[in-house]
Structure formats: C-alpha cells, structure tokens
Design a protein around this ligand. Structure first.
Ligand code: ADP
Ligand code: ZN
Length: 354
C-alpha cells in the first residue's frame, strides 16, 4: 500500500485501500453517507465496494447516467435535492464512486451544499485514478462550455484500488493513459521513456503511483492553478476545444482522446515557438501514434476550434496563452500564441493524421 500526503488529505493506493477507507469512516463519525455513482459502476463495482466496506451498506445511492453530459446543473440539482430529501446535515459525507465525471460533479455539488460538506473520491477509471481524483478541481459544463462553472475544493481522502479497472473497456483505459503520457511529457523525461516502452504487461499501479507523485508535487506548490499547475494544461487548450466540438455529435470524443490530439498539436506549437527541436517533435509523434490511434479532426473547421479557444476560461482579453513544453519533461507556462500559429499547427497535424 502506498500513502501519498496531499493538500490536507491522504491518497491511498493499493489492494488494501478499501480497508483504509473503513478506518477513515470509523474515525470520522459522519452522520450519513451518500454514494454518487452511475448505473454501470453500480452494477459492476458497487457490490465489491460494499463487501469490502460494510459500513456503507446503509449509504444512500445517488445514481446518474454515465457520460460527460451528466456533468451538468441538472444533475447537481438532483444531488442537492437528494441531500435535502434525506436530511443531510453539515456532517454528511458524499462519496464519489466513479470516473472523472463523478468526481467533478460530486465534488462541485458537495463543495456548494450548505457552503460545503466533506467528500471523498473512490476512482474507478484509469483517468480518475491517475489524474482527476486528486487536486480538488471540481465543476460542471454549462451551455456547451467545458468545466466553466466550478471551484477548487480538496477531497478528504482518495482511495485507489486497481481491482476496479478489471471491468473497464480498452477504450477507457487508453483514455486514462493519454493523461499519464501528458504528465510525463510535461514533467519527467525518465517517466516518458518508460511510457515509450509501454506494453500490455506494464503494471497500471506503477503508472498511477508515478503520475500521482508527479502531479501531487505540482499541486502542493500551486493548489489554485495560478502558476506551475498550469503546466498540467498542456494539450488541454486545443483538447478542450476539440472535445467541446464533438460533445453534441453522434460520436462524442472522450476527454483523453481529445487531449491526445491536443498533445500532438501543442507539441507542434512548442516546435514552432522553438521550445523543442525537430527530433523531439518527431519522437513525440512517433511514440504517441504508436500507442494510440488519434482520430482525424480534419472535418472540423479550424476557425471554429480557434473560436472555442478564445472563449476558453484560460484566455484573457484577446491574448491566447498556452502551457507548452520546453523539451521533453519540462514546460513553459503562459506562452502567447497567435491565431496564425494555431492555424498552421492544426493544418500540419491534419496533413499527418487524416
Ligand atoms: P472519466 O471522466 O474518468 O473518463 P467517466 O466518469 O466519464 O470517466 O466514466 C467513463 C465510463 O466508464 C462511464 O460509462 C462509466 O460508467 C464507465 N466506468 C467507470 N468505471 C468503470 C469500471 N470500473 N468498469 C466499467 N465501466 C466503468
Ligand atoms: Zn485532462
């Protein structure tokens, strides 16, 4: 079992993490428990959780529909209404049991209910284990804008058990892997080299632990995302724009799938800005395209991607600021990028990935 100390809470990783959860609940003496989850996780993972932690058998289950569309005010309202209907007081605990959608939505709803009740995260996707469940970013989408309403509020604990990954689809595993490659690209060349050699045999628990250790160091230094934490947005300015573009399409893109394309295009921008060399850019394309199959975005008008970036919460006035890489394993934040540069990077990318 690994214990990583974060911002006022512990992240517990390992097969015994649910035992630690039982101890945690024993000590905390909450007045009631609410488990926020979606129908897939309730079916596939909840029985395992309840067997390992019988204290939660009395918990009220709040069930939402799976998918990014549930990260909305409608479902926050459902959570608040259930908490009210079941007389949740200030000492109630919300348990976010699921992927990033659940921890973002649940964290936001808990942070705002009665000016804040405690919540913990028990991630069930690779993406949430390695990335979304720690750091305290919570929020919902609004009017098609990703994560535009939200707050930073730390969970009281994160309990990670990779057993839950056994039922996760290959597509969802790749989705989480994309964020792990991002963390390496931005912060650790040795970790990037390990990931370049990734194979089916690689242990997820090692990758998750490494990602968390790296991310934790950054968020401890900059919990409110005003300085170095912005480095973790690498791939996300373009990635969010692409994700939003596909949000209401017949085949929506997963967050990690969009971020993967963002990593490629923003690496091109880093190259244009002379922050990385041509061989580095080639290495990044070759490693990422050998482990992932990025979807083509050539049917999306580049102007609509640029418009979305302008409306991104990170854009201030009309200056477009990007977090880029400055070599493999190091970063540069707040780099001004022009529309022409974005246009060129996307055009070059589209010529390679059709
Ligand atoms: P994330 O934001 O972490 O990528 P989501 O919360 O969108 O994840 O969940 C992705 C999908 O995977 C949802 O349909 C969810 O029901 C499903 N899911 C989550 N965890 C598991 C699991 N352990 N096994 C099978 N399906 C899961
Ligand atoms: Zn992300």
């Amino acid at each position: 079992m690994t214990l990583i100390k974060s911002n006022g809470y512990n992240i517990i990783i390992g097969d015994n993490s649910i035992d630690s959860l039982s101890n945690f609940l024993e000590i905390k003496k909450y007045t009631s428990y609410f488990i926020l989850s979606d129908q897939n996780i309730i079916k596939l993972c909840l029985p395992h959780l309840l067997i390992a932690c019988p204290k939660l058998i009395t918990a009220q289950i709040i069930k939402i529909k799976p998918g990014e569309k549930s990260k909305s005010l409608k479902f926050s309202t459902l959570i608040w209404q259930t908490l009210i209907d079941k007389n949740a007081d200030k000492n109630a605990l919300l348990i976010n049991f699921g992927g990033g959608v659940i921890s973002d939505l649940g964290g936001f709803s808990a942070a705002t209910f009665k000016r804040g009740i405690d919540f913990i995260n028990i991630p069930t996707t690779l993406l949430a284990m390695a990335d979304a469940s720690l750091g305290g970013k919570t929020g919902i989408n609004f009017n098609e804008f990703k994560n535009i309403i939200g707050t930073i509020k730390q969970p009281k604990g994160v309990f990670i058990n990779t057993e839950f990954l056994k039922t996760l689809s290959q597509r969802q595993l790749k989705n989480g892997l994309a964020e792990i490659y991002k963390i390496a690209l931005v912060n650790s060349h040795p970790f990037w080299n390990e990931l370049a050699a990734f194979s089916e045999k690689t242990s997820y628990i090692k990758l998750i632990t490494k990602s968390i250790q790296i991310k934790n160091k950054i968020i401890l230094k900059d919990p409110f995302d005003i300085g170095i934490r912005k480095s973790l947005n690498f791939g996300h300015t373009i990635g969010h724009a692409i994700e939003s573009e596909f949000l209401n399409s017949e085949a929506p893109m997963l967050h990690g799938e969009a971020v993967l394309i963002g990593l490629l295009i923003e690496s091109k921008i880093s190259y244009q800005k002379q922050l990385i060399s041509k061989p580095m850019l080639i290495e990044i394309y070759s490693v990422l395209t050998s482990h992932f199959k990025p979807r083509s975005i050539s049917e999306i008008p580049i102007s609509s991607i640029i418009n979305r970036i302008k409306n991104d919460k990170k854009a201030s006035k009309n200056i477009l600021l990007f977090s880029l890489i400055n070599g493999i394993g190091s970063f540069k934040i707040d780099v001004i990028v022009s529309e022409t540069q974005i246009q060129k990077a996307i055009t070059d990318h589209n010529n390679l990935i059709r």
